[in-house]
Design a protein around this ligand. Structure first.
Ligand SMILES: Nc1ncnc2c1ncn2[C@@H]1O[C@H](COP(=O)(O)OP(=O)(O)O)[C@@H](O)[C@H]1O
Ligand SMILES: [Mg+2]
Length: 348
């Protein structure tokens, strides 16, 4: 078994902050104040504005810069805008908002409609669009600047089945707000806040531990300064490698990928499937949370299997020698996708 024990390290990384809320909840103003607190200088702050010049509304606060983006809001145009702000040397980039990349004119959802949205073609459509969306995310994650992502959220509903006059009917139930972007976006963030209509911020994701279980607050420069201090001195939460690998196993089972019985082969198989589905290398620990996010984002299990299952099967047939029979450590995936699959921890 390949076990490594390393000393925990304090690393200074750039911050990724998500601010989500309905219109008027305070995304733009909160992002600006936070960015000013973080950099200590309005001139180091640039807003990539997709929201019809709304970033100019707060120019009385200080001398920040604005980069206007217009439709079509393709992932590539966002990437270009982010790179332009980086090149100009800004230390904090506010993207206000990321929602257009998903649900705006020329955004991913519109592109998917244009490519055909019937169930049959959906996996080929997503095989094309997922890498484009992922490049957008990657650009945010790899930026040398702090990146603050604003996103609209809207009411999310669940459909409950209820008996009414002897008939079963579907009744929608409000289950809170949901960010309008691809599922799992806030997972990529160092901190993510949901804003209430009264401008209060509730942290929904917090790697810093600064805001979790604390009363909701109105975001101000102080929030930015806290994040700056944490970033200067603070520890990065270590990645739970085994936990993440278990989630990966579970997701592969959910997507219908049954493991080969042979351990060594299963290891290679998992690495291959992960690579094709997520474009990420399983052997790099810091990729693991992102791999989980991308696997979880697969809305179309059959599509994923149909697109990638075949190639992997062929690769297996070509491999020598043939798989050995199962032993007690390596059982095949069961139908529920429980953690009985061979451990990819040894695989990677
Ligand atoms: N962090 C904040 N502190 C104080 N007031 C705020 C804050 N956020 C929002 N507001 C108030 O709410 C209004 C709308 O905020 P805005 O940032 O434009 O919302 P959004 O971008 O979500 O549509 C602002 O003009 C301001 O009066
Ligand atoms: Mg706004």
């Amino acid at each position: 078994m390949d076990i490594q024990i390393v000393k925990a390290q304090r690393k200074k990384a750039k911050l990724r902050v998500g601010i989500f809320g309905p219109s008027g909840s305070g995304k733009t103003m909160s992002a600006l104040k936070l960015a000013n607190g973080l950099t200590g200088d309005w001139q180091k702050v640039c807003v990539i504005d997709t929201e019809n010049n709304s970033a100019h509304l707060y120019s009385h606060l200080g001398q920040y810069s604005v980069l206007h983006m217009r439709a079509p809001y393709t992932p590539e145009s966002y990437i270009e805008a982010i790179h332009a702000a980086e090149k100009a040397g800004y230390e904090a980039i506010i993207i206000d908002s990321i929602t257009h990349e998903w649900a705006g004119e020329g955004g991913i959802l519109e592109l998917s409609d244009a490519l055909g949205k019937d169930a049959k073609s959906s996996y080929t459509v997503w095989a094309k669009l997922t890498p484009r969306h992922n490049k957008f995310i990657e650009t945010i994650l790899q930026s040398p600047a702090h990146v603050i992502c604003c996103g609209r959220s809207k009411q999310d509903y669940a459909l409950n089945q209820v008996e009414k006059n002897g008939k079963t009917v579907s009744v929608p139930e409000k289950i809170g707000l949901k960010a309008v972007t691809r599922e799992g976006f806030d997972y990529e963030m160092t901190v993510a806040f949901d804003l209430t209509i009264a401008h209060y911020a509730i942290s929904t994701k917090d790697r810093t531990g600064l805001f979790q279980d604390k009363p909701e607050h109105i975001i101000s420069e102080e929030t930015g300064r806290k994040l700056f201090n944490w970033n200067e001195t603070g520890a990065e939460t270590p990645i739970d490698v085994l936990g993440e690998k278990n989630k990966i196993k579970h997701n592969l089972a959910r997507l219908g990928f049954a493991m080969p019985l042979d351990r060594a082969m299963a290891a290679q198989y998992v690495a291959d499937v992960v690579k094709v589905l997520t474009e990420l290398d399983l052997s790099v620990d810091k990729n693991l949370p992102m791999i989980v996010t991308r696997l979880e984002a697969y809305a179309d299990p059959e599509g994923a299997q149909a697109t990638y299952g075949l190639a992997v099967e062929e690769r297996e047939k070509a491999a020598e020698p043939a798989p050995e029979p199962a032993n007690d450590n390596a059982t095949s995936a069961n139908a529920q996708g429980e953690a009985e699959t061979p451990e990819p921890a040894q695989a990677a």
